[in-house]
Design a protein around this ligand. Structure first.
Ligand SMILES: *[C@@H]1O[C@H](CO)[C@@H](O)[C@H](O)[C@H]1NC(C)=O
Ligand SMILES: *[C@@H]1O[C@H](CO)[C@@H](O)[C@H](O)[C@H]1NC(C)=O
Ligand SMILES: *[C@@H]1O[C@H](CO)[C@@H](O)[C@H](O)[C@H]1NC(C)=O
Ligand SMILES: [Zn+2]
Length: 349
């Protein structure tokens, strides 16, 4: 039974919701789009041709294909092609990119990791002759997803695996958690090309939350693991260009700086009155623990991001876009992984 009073209450709620929606729209329409700092030269992409992709030869039959946002790698041998990743944004244009180099088919498809934004085009290359290869963790995720666009790899491994086709060799290695379980290092020793996806972004700051790093320590350590390889070309899976060692060193310094700055802020060595701001929000929202903690995280992240954004603004593209989010990820790691709790440490009697 719906009483007239309930009907009236319902109508008022609906009207209020409509009003607040209208208000939100108005605010959105009136607020100008944010304008971020100009990109430093190392982050600027070349113009994309009408074909929608660019193919970069890396020597010895290795090629990187990009649409300026996502990247794939392929190696041409006398027996066919080895392809690593198939971003949906490049899609079937990857067939053209390969077709303009060789008429041989893709015989081996390697998953860098399971994420759909990098491999949702995998099934484009499906045939009775295509072997799908990936880490055991990747196979597990893909089995659980049951996505027909990402065939479950039949050739799986847990530590290392060497893939050979004709004259081409790729060394696959899993070194533990960084971006996502099963994210592997892919190395072409003849060409000195190394691929590791969603960890290092040549010329750019990492995307938000350190590109959603599932493990902060592993993410930071991956920079040293990359540097332990003898490579001249690095394929990071994102943006427009091929990376070099200098890009890896610079990003490692950025993440280390974030770690030091955020540690400093948590320990109270900052000009920002973090606890004062948290106190005001707590007083205005008594009993609302989430308001208190969200304010703490946001205020600390902003304080910690500020010096790193200033330092890298002319060095890493988009650091003013993702810097605060990257600081928030760092603060989370310091608190829950490293046990750096500052004012929220163990209560002593
Ligand atoms: C392998 O063979 C391809 C095609 O014949 C050639 O383009 C490439 O340079 C060779 N690469 C290596 C590493 O021998
Ligand atoms: C070569 O690339 C162009 C542009 O993407 C495409 O139209 C053409 O079909 C490609 N050729 C082959 C053989 O794939
Ligand atoms: C606070 O941070 C500054 C800058 O990093 C440092 O020089 C100083 O020693 C720190 N002070 C304390 C008490 O840790
Ligand atoms: Zn990913």
């Amino acid at each position: 039974m719906i009483s007239p009073a309930m009907k009236l209450a319902g109508a008022i709620i609906t009207a209020l919701a409509a009003l607040s929606n209208a208000h939100e729209h108005q605010q959105r329409d009136n607020s100008p789009a944010p304008v971020y700092a100009p990109l430093p030269p190392g982050a600027v992409s070349p113009a994309l041709p009408a074909a929608g992709y660019i193919t970069y030869p890396l020597g010895g039959g290795a090629y990187m294909v990009t649409d300026n946002v996502y990247q794939a790698l392929f190696l041409v041998s006398s027996q066919g092609v080895i392809l690593v990743d198939a971003p949906p944004s490049i899609g079937e244009r990857l067939l053209y990119a390969i077709g303009n180099i060789t008429s041989l088919p893709v015989r081996k498809f390697i998953y860098s990791h399971s994420h759909a934004d990098h491999v949702e085009g995998a099934s484009i290359f499906q045939s009775s002759e295509t072997e799908y290869i990936g880490h055991r963790e990747t196979a597990g995720f893909l089995m659980a997803e049951g996505d027909i666009n990402r065939p479950v790899p039949t050739n799986t491994f847990s530590g290392t695996r060497t893939i050979r086709l004709g004259n081409q060799t790729l060394e696959l290695s899993y070194k533990g958690l960084n971006h996502h379980p099963g994210n592997i290092f892919i190395y072409a020793p003849a060409q000195k090309v190394l691929m590791l996806v969603d960890v290092i972004f040549p010329g750019w700051a990492p995307f938000i939350e350190l590109a959603f790093a599932s493990n902060f320590r592993g993410y930071l350590e991956a920079h040293d693991q990359v540097l332990s390889y003898d490579f001249t070309a690095f394929v990071g899976g994102h943006l427009s260009r091929v990376g070099v060692r200098e890009d890896v060193l610079r990003q490692r310094e950025y993440v280390q700086d974030l770690l030091q700055e955020c540690k400093r802020v948590i320990n109270g060595n900052t000009t920002v009155d973090v606890l004062g701001i948290v106190g005001q929000v707590t007083a205005a929202n008594p009993g609302n623990a989430w308001a208190t903690f969200k304010t703490y995280y946001d205020t600390a992240a902003e304080a910690c991001a500020k010096p790193t954004i200033a330092k890298y603004l002319k060095v890493l593209g988009g650091v003013d876009v993702t810097g605060i989010s990257n600081a928030l990820r760092t603060i989370t790691a310091l608190r829950i992984d490293y046990g750096v709790l500052g004012p929220f440490g163990v209560v002593r009697n």
